[in-house]
Design a protein around this ligand. Structure first.
Ligand SMILES: [Zn+2]
Length: 109
């Protein structure tokens, strides 16, 4: 009996695999990040269930838009996914990341 929620990173958080955000380079438990993969057409897409095969990269879920921008600035996303910068479309990914972040943050009643 353990609660998945452990703000601040209690003992439960240590069991979670850590991944590094390609935007801000912070290491965080995997559920706090969203996975991106290079899709069949070469374009970079979000892999929400994180089950797509192949090379993946991670961005923070709660600040995905900012981290995507940071990742583009240093080209770390294209480098980890082995795609061209052109294959990353912030116009498509931005709104999706924003939606995820909103979904995630508990809105006060
Ligand atoms: Zn980040």
């Amino acid at each position: 009996m353990s609660t998945p929620e452990s703000p601040g990173g209690g003992p439960a958080a240590t069991r979670l695999p850590l991944r590094t955000c390609v935007g801000c380079r912070r290491r965080r438990p995997r559920p706090d990040l969203v996975r991106l993969v290079a899709g069949v057409a070469g374009a970079v897409i979000l892999d929400i269930p994180a089950r797509a095969p192949g090379r993946g990269a991670y961005l923070c879920r709660d600040s995905g838009v900012a981290c995507l921008r940071a990742a583009q600035r240093r080209r770390s996303l294209s480098r980890s996914l082995r795609v061209r910068e052109n294959d990353i479309d912030p116009e498509t990914l931005g709104p999706q990341l924003r939606e995820l972040a909103e979904e995630d943050s508990p809105s006060p009643p």
